[in-house]
Write a protein that binds this ligand. Structure first.
Ligand SMILES: [Zn+2]
Length: 496
């Protein structure tokens, strides 16, 4: 060790340690402020267990993962590097290879490298430094090789892969939480590592950053150390917070906050129109919310839910798309052109656009089948729909009648004002995108919009009885345009 370098460093670090010791109320944010690009939430400093004099010059006592790295180093699970001048460093921002991860996990589980190991992988020679660890890791089922018989010892580990190996190595479960609540908005339920990542979250091992986990990015050495120390030693774990799934605006004039998800439970607070609440979870019709420190339940119907990702306003929204008519009910008919077929095509295109945008889109029909109006409404309620769009095509005795109109209902629909806003946005988009005559939005109590209480609209794309409109309604290009316009109307609605 170069004494010339070490001495001033010790003094410096001693100063920092004493600051931490003598100011126990130091706010974590003050520490985060010095941690550069590291995110403050995932890198929450939970404990000072394992603290001691800094081992590595690039992991000083105020580094966010200082205690985690010290702890694992003291257990000899990790070790750093030595510079040419003999100083020890850790390279906390460096990536973790699969060989390194295998070693750390084997040691973390209290196991040992296999002696005189013979490699089972074509790309791990018998003299590879990690062969004993890799073979032990394989035996312990911590790691599998690839189909082609390789292990990829120098491959770097993505955060999703790290979640998998740590969840499996430590046999993590959901810790009695409900795994159906999506925790991170960049980890959807159909993502291959959803369960592994949720298990890390619900065990206080990772809480991501700003509701994101970035599963495809690489795990760095500091992160891996943090996760591994939290997995080994519960003292390092973070307090598990109910995940925030959305924010929301209250759409009712007055909304009771209940102690339980039931209309008979105690009222513990009141909200009014326009209040913005934090949504911690949604189960069926009920949202668990927080407002000014009061945590309780409100009926989801009276909330306009906003995605936490401003670039994806439709993310996770449950949208029911209703293609009118079907089967023995053709709707408007001119010759052999039927409304039921046109609206089904538009509906199918719309479903595609909405799915791409991350919405949970639920069509009432995807084939030439028939549902009664009552069935369409009941279906929407049964899936806890949050917005309802019924698609139709018009007909009139006068062939001159043409253009687009979108209906909403303020008479019985409890979200009449929201319905009107949604109708306005969709009308505007269709008229512009498909160059339609503007018949404006209309307040009228059609069954499917008046018997729903979520924002509900009925779109009349155009008149099959008008030659100009009919040309568009029988053009696949235009049917896609209509679908795109309705989609954009929903996006605009959820942006506001
Ligand atoms: Zn119709």
């Amino acid at each position: 060790m170069s004494k010339g370098l070490l001495f001033p460093r010790i003094v410096f670090c001693f100063f920092l340690i004493s600051t931490l010791i003598f100011l126990p109320s130091i706010k974590p944010s003050m520490v985060y402020a010095q941690s550069g690009t590291e995110n403050p939430s995932e890198n929450e400093i939970v404990t000072t267990a394992g603290s001691s004099d800094p081992i590595y010059y690039d992991v000083p006592a105020d580094y966010w993962a200082f205690s985690n790295i010290q702890y694992l180093s003291n257990l000899q699970i990790i070790k750093g590097y030595e510079s040419s001048s003999g100083d020890k460093y850790f390279n906390p921002g460096g990536s973790v290879t699969r060989a390194q991860a295998a070693k750390m996990l084997v040691l973390a589980l209290g196991s040992t490298p296999k002696a005189n190991a013979v490699s089972s992988f074509s790309d791990v020679p018998n003299n590879h430094w990690a062969v004993g660890y890799i073979e032990r890791a394989k035996e312990l089922k911590l790691f599998e090789g690839f189909q082609n018989g390789t292990f990829g010892p120098e491959d770097t580990l993505k955060r999703s892969q790290m979640a998998k190996v740590i969840s499996e190595a430590f046999d993590l479960d959901f810790n009695n939480y409900d795994p159906s609540v999506q925790v991170f908005y960049d980890v959807s339920k159909d993502y291959w590592a959803y369960d592994y990542i949720a298990k890390l979250y619900y065990n206080g091992i990772s809480n991501g950053s700003n509701h994101k986990f970035t599963p495809e990015s690489l795990t760095n050495r500091a992160q891996f150390s943090a996760f591994l120390s939290r997995a080994i030693n519960p003292d390092f774990r973070m307090e598990v917070q109910d995940p925030t799934v959305a924010t929301a605006k209250v759409t009712a004039d007055v909304l009771n906050i209940r102690s339980q998800p039931s209309t008979t439970s105690t009222i513990i607070g009141k909200l009014s129109n326009g209040n913005i609440v934090t949504v911690r979870s949604i189960s069926g019709d009920w949202a668990n919310i927080e407002y000014n420190g009061v945590v309780g339940f409100v009926h989801k119907m009276y909330l306009k839910l906003y995605s936490l990702d401003p670039s994806k306003p439709l993310l996770n929204r449950i949208i029911v798309v209703d293609a009118g008519h079907g089967d023995h009910d053709p709707g408007a008919t001119v010759g052999t052109t039927y409304e039921k077929d046109i609206v089904l095509k538009v509906s199918n295109y719309l479903v595609g656009y909405l799915k791409n945008a991350g919405a949970q889109v639920i069509p009432t029909r995807t084939t030439d089948s028939f549902l009664s109006l009552e069935e369409r409404v009941n279906f929407t309620k049964s899936v806890d729909g949050e917005a309802f769009v019924s698609i139709h095509v018009n007909a009139a005795s006068s062939t001159a009648a043409k253009g687009t109109e979108v209906y909403y209902d303020t008479g019985s629909n409890e979200n009449g004002t929201e319905s009107r806003q949604l109708a306005y946005e969709i009308q505007k988009q269709i008229v512009a995108d498909a160059n339609m005559y503007d018949r404006n939005i209309k307040d009228s109590g059609f069954y499917v919009i008046r018997n729903n209480d979520i924002p509900a609209v009925l779109v009349e794309l155009g008149f099959l009885t008008n030659a100009e409109d009919r040309a568009k309604l029988t053009s696949d290009t235009y049917l896609q345009l209509y679908a795109k316009a309705i989609y954009e109307g929903l996006v605009e609605y959820y942006k506001k």
